[in-house]
Design a protein around this ligand. Structure first.
Ligand code: UT7
Length: 324
């Protein structure tokens, strides 16, 4: 069988660091409230003129260097993003051209908000296993700061900008749990909950991008249930229990959600890659950024079994099991 093997990982954060104290200067909030309710201490915002594709390109360069693969070998680019440079063309096409990936090979964006990387991973994995490409760049990249309303303290303190990228290669595999690669991806959506997390405008509706709006408590309630369910589904599909996994790399939306999910699985926080304090919620970038961070720090090692999860607007959510 063919499996999509992770060759390398990369992450990129823009230079401008914005602390909770900085936000205190522009809105009615406090470092104490933000840390206690979310675990966030700081986030990064892209500079004027720095676009989602710029972040994606930087993360991809790192991932390619880490993979030891030349960009000219990449014949599939998928970007999970909610904040593309322009309405069209796709960020992925700019990444393809800027890196010098194979001209004419497929490149497209996936819109699944905070679950965007999981959806992109699922799409890339299917395409690689079907022989549609050999080497894929799977990216989550966002400039969420561009769609924040800084008069809405209930959302503006939660998000940040960044990008994470993974290089996948289609390889012959025995397909066992010990063999490297993407073992399974599990994706879900429930459009009945469009209204609890969205933007208050968009291209077709208002001819603008709109700003993030969220019923935080409602989303929190769904996150705790959906993430638990999808983690169990992913483990069960592979005949595993949480104890068989080396690391959980969760979506970084709220430390309380992460802690609650991990505790219910019977795991310890020492098995979780947590970047929320430094990165805040970078939407589709959050999972690959956390993975890249875990690998760069030496915590997450080649050969280990990693469980990924995310949930976002839609609602969308997903889980994946990967042997690095
Ligand atoms: O990435 C997609 C998935 N997203 C998520 O999973 C996010 C899920 N939701 C959450 O993480 C949490 O619901 C929040 C962090 C957004 C909010 O935490 P909460 O504990 O649910 O707080 P709350 O919305 O119930 O607000 C509590 C109080 C309110 O004041 P009153 O009504 O009790 O007087 C808010 O007005 O906190 C107030 N508040 C703030 N105070 C200071 C809301 N935002 C702020 C703020 N600073 N930034």
């Amino acid at each position: 069988m063919i499996r999509s093997v992770v060759l390398g990982c990369g992450g990129y954060l823009p230079e401008k660091k914005v602390t909770n104290k900085d936000l205190e200067q522009i809105m009615e909030t406090s470092d104490d409230w933000i840390v206690e309710r979310t675990g966030i201490r700081q986030r990064y915002f892209a500079a004027e003129g720095q676009y989602t594709s710029d972040l994606a390109i930087e993360a991809s360069r790192q991932a390619l260097a880490n993979a030891g693969l030349d960009a000219s070998e990449i014949d599939l680019v998928i970007v999970g993003t909610t904040t593309p440079d322009r309405t069209f063309p796709a960020v992925a096409t700019r990444v393809q051209a800027a890196l010098g990936a194979v001209p004419g090979s497929p490149a497209f964006d996936v819109q699944a908000v905070c679950s965007g990387f999981l959806y992109a991973l699922g799409a890339a994995d299917s395409m690689l296993r079907n022989g549609m490409a050999k080497n894929a760049l799977v990216i989550g990249a966002e400039t969420l700061s561009r769609i924040l309303d800084f008069e809405d303290r209930t959302t503006a303190v939660l998000f940040g900008d960044g990008a994470g990228a993974v290089v996948l290669q289609a390889r012959e595999s025995r397909g066992g749990l010990e063999d490297p690669g993407v073992i399974s991806v599990h994706l879900h959506a429930d459009g009945r909950y469009n209204d609890i997390l969205n933007t208050d405008g968009g291209v077709s509706m208002t001819r603008t991008a709109g700003s993030v709006r969220m019923l935080g408590k409602e989303v929190f309630r769904h996150a705790v249930v959906n993430l638990h369910d999808v983690l169990l589904e992913t483990l069960k599909a592979n005949g595993l229990t949480a104890q068989d996994v080396d690391w959980v790399v969760p979506h970084q939306a709220n430390l309380r959600i992460i802690e609650g999910t991990v505790k219910r699985l019977g795991l310890d926080m020492s098995q979780v890659i947590c970047t929320i304090d430094r990165h805040a919620n970078t939407s589709a970038a959050s999972v690959p950024l956390a993975l890249a961070d875990g690998m760069a720090s030496g915590l997450v090692k080649p050969g280990q079994l990693v469980l990924l999860e995310a949930m976002g607007g839609g609602l969308t959510w997903g889980g994946a099991l990967v042997r690095l």
